[in-house]
Design a protein around this ligand. Structure first.
Ligand SMILES: C[S@@+](CC[C@H](N)C(=O)[O-])C[C@H]1O[C@@H](n2cnc3c(N)ncnc32)[C@H](O)[C@@H]1O
Length: 297
């Protein structure tokens, strides 16, 4: 296995600590990725069965290698976490003690060349986590109406230059299709006056993030995954979500509060747990991570 693309699990010590009360039980990992959290949990919490779901086949191949020593306990599924009920049915179970979601991208997706998630290299404008799905970032950029592009950049990317970027994309694509990461990054760069270029991130970061969320319908997935997750948890079961985007974290926070208000159980983390300074130094990708836990009553 190429270690350079293995994914360092974010806040794994904290995850293990929050899941200790569920040791020995059924674990469902809705975003198993390359098995980073899964491996540590299998080593330390002795699950009776560990069900790992991912929409990315490449990630599942890596997970299968990493989790080889636990082959008797692990079941891997190429699916959406919002379809976890079908997966459970396939395994012959109705409920779980743990539902874990670690949202965002894996290092494999970010660094694995050719996926179009990053503007650092010239790659096709793809951004699909599941390469079997039809909609790609190129399709969005080259066919969506200007108003829709603007809305996506503003809502999902919190990009204040959304209007101008959308207009410039539409003008550019009249001349030639925008099919690569670098050509899109250039259009975005031109659209934002130099003095307003962000200091710490590339000017195209927010637009890329927004497109990724749209292409993979990430917010719709999370909304559905939260609903389904509450249904499949056993009493005292724990729902753990790590998010990397304020819209996602806001949705998790609001949903957990509603559940608590309706008497479904209790919020375990009154405030979101964030990675230690030491972890952020070791793994820069952890820096915006927020961990929230809910326990069903
Ligand atoms: C941050 S990574 C998970 C890393 C993993 N926890 C580890 O330690 O190796 C997120 C993973 O979730 C997957 N994913 C994102 N949205 C998904 C969805 N709706 N259903 C299933 N998998 C999803 C991505 O393909 C990616 O592999």
């Amino acid at each position: 296995m190429d270690e350079s693309v293995s994914h360092e699990p974010v806040m794994v010590e904290e995850v293990v600590e929050f899941l200790e009360p569920c040791a020995g039980g059924v674990f469902v990992d809705g975003t198993v990725g390359s098995g980073g959290h899964a491996k540590v949990i299998l080593e330390r919490l002795n699950p009776s069965i560990y069900i790992g779901i991912d929409r990315d086949l490449g990630a599942l191949e890596l997970a299968a290698q990493v989790l080889e020593p636990f082959v008797d306990k692990v079941r891997l599924y190429h699916s959406l976490y919002s379809e976890v009920e079908d997966v459970l049915e396939d395994v012959g179970l109705e409920a779980t003690d743990v539902f874990l979601l670690d949202l965002g991208l894996s290092s494999l997706q970010l660094d694995g060349s050719g996926r179009g998630f990053s503007f650092q290299r010239e790659e096709p404008l793809d951004m699909r986590m599941d390469r079997e799905q039809e909609i790609t970032a190129a399709l969005v950029v080259n066919t969506y109406a200007q108003g829709d592009l603007e809305r996506i950049f503003r809502e999902y990317g919190e990009e204040r230059w959304a209007k101008k970027i959308a207009r410039n994309i539409v003008n550019t694509r009249k001349k030639f299709p925008i099919n690569t990461t670098t050509s899109l990054a250039q259009v975005v760069e031109w659209s934002i006056p130099k003095k307003f270029h962000p200091k710490k991130i590339h000017p195209a970061t927010r637009v890329f993030q927004a497109l990724r969320i749209e292409v993979n319908r990430e917010l719709e997935e999370l909304e559905e995954g939260l609903k389904v997750g509450l249904r499949i948890l056993k009493p005292k079961g724990r729902f753990v979500v790590i998010s990397f985007h304020s819209l996602e974290d806001g949705l998790v926070k609001k949903t957990f509060r509603e559940w608590q208000g309706e008497g479904w159980g209790e919020i375990v983390t009154q405030k979101p747990v964030t990675p230690s300074a030491e972890e952020v130094e070791r793994n820069i990708r952890s820096r915006s991570g927020k961990l929230r836990v809910f326990q069903k009553g």
